[in-house]
Design a protein around this ligand. Structure first.
Ligand code: F6R
Length: 368
């Protein structure tokens, strides 16, 4: 049942090329436009939306953070991302022109369920992104985008997360299409780029041994930092969460630009720092990330850099280097998370922990 893997989690990490491909399947009509089966909100209803609030917990919340970058860039609709457990208690401003997007792999997370119930009492439309057919959250939502990850058994989410990212990109493109933004004309091209992702993930998995070697090399470390910028920031948070959950180690993700505002005080001799390096582009993201990496390195950190193939500028600053396939910056979270999943899984295994059933955690959290 684990297909020769030691853990369901490892099996599920390796299923991601398939899960991502399945989640993209059948979304394009003959004319090339996007179609989402259970959208159930009319084009007019979607055009009336002037604000989106994404609510989710844990790893799903990080998918929401990525979605904000894509939706705001492609659709020019303002997006807030909020933890479901916080949402109701701040008296959020909601009305019929607010779309609330609930992201939940299980569809049963109590915090998220209560949040959408609250949103509906305020007349907001609710769209669920969910992996579990017929679960409570999609049943209580106005529309659903189902991810096609298949059952996720490992408590730590992996293919659940990457397929949520796919659903978020699909939603963003669909809204761009309906609203007729300039990216509405690039849907074909962006879908083409998404369709390359399974092969890109496959190429990382083919080099899993390199990441496993790193996990053994750093197995005695008790603290890890993860740095990212832009769409790489949620990846940093997710990498840190995986390590906390599975290896029970202190791990923190930061936006690289925030370092100098405090966290840099944590940097100590030998501290491992994962750096998620954005693709080299025309903007300054890559330069800014490089300077953050230099800052931590100058203070003794050992940098483990995740950077795209062909990025030669990173080499002098990377104590260890994991190459990522080249993908556009907004899609990079789909590939950059994979080495971090492999690292956490292998490190936890090396430490003798039960990867599929980490202590104190349950697969779905049905209490608030
Ligand atoms: C982390 C993890 C959790 C869930 C969170 C939300 O690996 O699995 O953080 O992401 O409990 O669960 P869902 O998506 O089912 O609402």
């Amino acid at each position: 049942e684990k297909d020769g893997h030691d853990w369901f989690m490892r099996k599920e990490i390796f299923e991601q090329p398939h899960a991502v491909a399945d989640s993209l399947l059948g979304r394009r009509s003959r004319t090339g436009s996007l179609q989402l089966d259970e959208m159930r909100l009319s084009d007019q209803e979607l055009r009336d939306i002037d604000k989106i609030i994404i609510i989710a917990a844990g790893t799903s919340f990080y998918a929401g953070l990525v979605a904000k970058y894509a939706i705001e860039h492609w659709c020019r609709i303002p997006v807030e991302v909020e933890l479901s457990s916080e949402f109701r208690y701040r008296d959020p401003i909601l009305d019929y022109s607010t779309l609330v997007v609930a992201i939940s792999q299980s569809g049963e997370t109590a915090d998220t369920l209560q949040a959408i119930r609250h949103a509906r009492t305020q007349r907001s439309k609710v769209l669920a992104i969910c992996n579990t057919n017929g679960s409570t959250i999609p049943r209580e939502s106005d529309a659903v985008i189902y991810t096609h990850a298949g059952p996720e058994i490992g408590v730590a989410s992996t293919k659940g997360y990457t397929t949520q990212l796919v659903a978020c990109y699909l939603l963003a493109l669909y809204l761009a299409q309906v609203k007729g933004t300039r990216f509405g004309d690039e849907i074909d091209q962006i879908m083409g780029q998404l369709e390359q992702i399974p092969a890109a993930i496959e190429s990382i998995l083919a080099r899993a041994d390199e990441v496993y070697a790193l996990a053994h090399e750093f197995a005695a470390s008790t603290s890890f930092i993860f740095l990212g910028r832009h769409a790489g920031y949620p990846t940093a948070l997710e990498g840190a969460l995986k390590l906390k959950e599975l290896a029970y180690l202190h791990a923190e993700g930061f936006a690289a630009g925030e370092l100098k505002h405090g966290p840099i005080a944590l940097i100590d001799d030998g501290l491992p720092v994962f750096c998620i390096v954005p693709p080299q582009g025309r903007d300054q993201l890559h330069d800014k990330m490089l300077s953050g990496i230099q800052e931590v390195r100058a203070r003794g950190a050992r940098t483990i850099c995740l950077a795209e193939e062909g990025d030669a500028r990173i080499t002098p600053y990377a104590d260890r280097l994991v190459r990522l396939p080249r993908v556009p910056v907004l899609l990079q979270p789909l590939v950059s998370v994979v080495p971090l999943q492999l690292f956490a899984c292998e490190l936890a295994t090396a430490l003798g922990h039960d990867v599929d059933q980490p202590r104190n955690l349950a697969k779905s959290v049905t209490v608030e």
